[in-house]
Write a protein that binds this ligand. Structure first.
Ligand SMILES: [Zn+2]
Length: 340
């Protein structure tokens, strides 16, 4: 018999993969973090990935004072499309190295608990549903704004997970005439215009076209090295060109939000993701453009506000935990149905 840990009662573990880091979170029954940490990871073979995940899980349990036997479920979110039944990675721009391999199966066998995995946008939406905006609102949309622009939807208290392992998508809508190539293969997608890489490209083009901007100094005269943090820094320092770039980004996002209101009439649109902490630069313009572009709003037939997430970088891991808890609850309900 194992030693009784400091925390004998059960816990759930959430794992949230970003581009270069992976976050581990532990909670009991409430969305209150008992433990949270961020580690770097290396892309490798599926076996190497599982070794790193197991190392992270074991370290998280030990540091939080839990026995392995008290683990009740594991939720994982990844920047890739996942087969929700088998946990196999189907496709993702940076996750081809895992294509076809199940992320969940080796973990379910090792820890003997339910393990679920889903794409990061769905997990972020479950996170807001459980711990963020969704606590007070059962009809809302999520925009994940960072290295890409993803989306999530909660309609009447249900997180929308579409058939075929798909999910809502707004980021690949085309709302401008620009021909910028998008990672999806199409051109002019909003995703290409407003994500971190898009903001950097606006900055690069401004320097290349000879505009008077401190971005030139920030990039050391090398337009190819302009990054989105440089654009935000320049805006902070009062640079008019950088402010105009962020205004343009906000206008495009505001038009998208108007389209979302026209389509699903959410009460709120919550911005999450790596750039969510930069929302102060864009929220006022997004809300103004959304209202001006949507007759349902300016005729006051419905109401909607765009807000920034309050969950920081914990939302994905919390969402993955919420999802595995729901899966367990669902299978218990089904067992009771069968027993009747
Ligand atoms: Zn696209």
């Amino acid at each position: 018999m194992g030693r009784i840990g400091m925390n004998a009662k059960g816990c759930f573990l959430g794992i949230d993969f970003g581009k270069t880091n992976v976050r581990f979170a532990i909670v009991k029954d409430e969305p209150k973090l008992e433990y949270f940490t961020k580690r770097s990871y290396d892309r490798g073979s599926p076996g190497e990935m599982h070794r790193q995940i197991i190392e992270g899980i074991d370290a998280a349990l030990e540091e939080a004072g839990y026995e392995q036997s008290s683990l009740r479920g594991i939720g994982i979110d990844v920047p890739a499309v996942v087969n929700r039944d088998s946990g196999a990675i189907l496709w993702g721009p940076d996750w081809d190295f895992m294509a076809g391999a199940s992320l969940t199966k080796p973990l379910a066998e090792r820890y003997r608990v339910p393990v679920v995995a889903d794409v990061d946008t769905v997990a972020a939406t479950w996170g807001e549903y459980w711990a963020g905006a969704g606590k007070t609102c059962d009809r809302f949309a999520v925009l994940t704004w960072g290295t890409g622009l993803g989306a999530g939807l909660v309609i009447d208290g249900e997180v929308q997970e579409h058939p075929g392992n798909l999910f809502p998508e707004f980021g690949h809508s085309r709302v401008s005439d620009d021909e910028w190539p998008c990672m999806c293969g199409a051109r002019g997608c909003l995703n290409a215009m407003v994500c971190g890489g898009g903001i950097a490209r606006h900055g690069r083009e401004a320097v290349q076209s000879g505009k008077e901007t401190i971005l030139r100094e920030l990039c050391g005269g090398e337009p190819g090295t302009v990054t989105s943090p440089m654009v935000f820094e320049a805006a902070e320092r009062g640079d008019e060109v950088a402010n105009a770039i962020l205004e343009r980004v906000a206008v495009l996002l505001g038009r998208l939000c108007a389209n979302v209101v026209l389509t699903v009439q959410p009460e709120k649109i919550v911005i999450v993701g790596g750039l969510a902490d930069q929302c102060d630069w864009v929220l006022d313009t997004i809300n103004r453009v959304m209202r001006e572009s949507c007759w349902l709003l300016f005729k006051e037939l419905t109401a909607c506000e765009v807000v920034a997430s309050q969950l920081g970088d914990t939302g994905g891991a919390l969402g993955a935990i919420c999802k595995v808890r729901r899966t367990i609850g669902q299978s218990e309900l089904e067992r009771k149905e069968v027993a009747k």
